[in-house]
Design a binder for this molecule. Structure first.
Ligand SMILES: [Fe+2]
Length: 249
């Protein structure tokens, strides 16, 4: 069975469509989304509608921020959340569809467990808010306490930096491992990267295919300038949110 793991779409419709098109060509049986459907980007409604078709979706911190009062966000991110909320509440849209979108967001779970596999947005320890960055391999105490909560493999997003963390305190970026990683009995944490706002210096949309015995990182070019122009055209969205897309930072 092949599953696609997508995350951190952040209302980037062009990035999401590129990933979904690739997924359709890969004989995938299920799609899991690891959260942050919205926030930052210009197409929250369209992205929620597409993710509602996924088999599983987990709650992200930006999804939570739109549902309740956003806490702990920087100014640009907070402003984007308020704008996003307005789009979902806007009476211009179909009220029934907007209600269905809110219901969907409000019912998202914080994690999902399946035979040793764990799916979260942030980390096994704090599913919504904790970041696990590549440099955390130097923070042995943090890594050990998170790995202690993982039975086998944990799949996460949140940092927008894809790669594989091992219990031996190594981090492998997709390029380090030629975009493939063989699954063994060793515990790992896998960051599946970001569909709509990569921050690893590669601007292309990112997701992971989970095969029976391996992982595959996929990178897809998309019409980034289209997304950039939309963000420039919305005063409530900081231009930086557009500029960073071009460089994947
Ligand atoms: Fe995110």
């Amino acid at each position: 069975m092949k599953r696609a793991l997508i995350s951190d779409i952040h209302s980037n419709l062009e990035g999401l469509e590129a990933a979904l098109e690739d997924i359709r060509s890969q004989d995938i049986s299920e799609i899991y989304c690891l959260g942050d459907i919205i926030g930052y980007g210009p197409n929250p409604r369209e992205c929620i509608d597409l993710v509602m078709e996924c088999d599983i979706c987990i709650l992200g911190n930006h999804d939570l921020g739109a549902l309740f009062d956003p806490e702990g966000f920087n100014k640009g991110a907070e402003q984007a959340i308020f704008w996003t909320r307005e789009q979902l509440e806007s009476s211009r849209g179909d009220p029934q569809k907007n209600a269905a979108r809110w219901d969907f967001l409000g019912e998202l779970p914080r994690n999902r467990r399946e035979d040793g596999l764990l799916f979260v947005h942030g980390s096994a320890r704090n599913p919504i808010n904790e970041y696990v960055f590549p440099e955390d391999v130097y923070n042995q105490r943090k890594m050990e306490s998170i790995f202690a909560l993982i039975e086998k493999y944990c799949f996460q997003g949140h940092t927008h930096v894809p790669g594989v963390f091992t219990e031996q305190m190594s981090f492998f970026s997709p390029e380090d491992i030629n975009y493939r990683y063989s699954l063994t009995n060793e515990k790992i944490m896998v960051n599946v990267g970001s569909v709509g706002q990569p921050r690893d210096g590669d601007w292309r949309s990112c997701y992971v295919i989970l095969h029976d015995d391996s992982l595959e990182f996929r990178r897809l070019e998309y019409s980034v300038e289209e997304t950039v122009e939309k963000i420039y055209g919305i005063p409530e969205l900081d231009n930086f949110l557009a500029d960073r897309l071009r460089e994947g930072r």
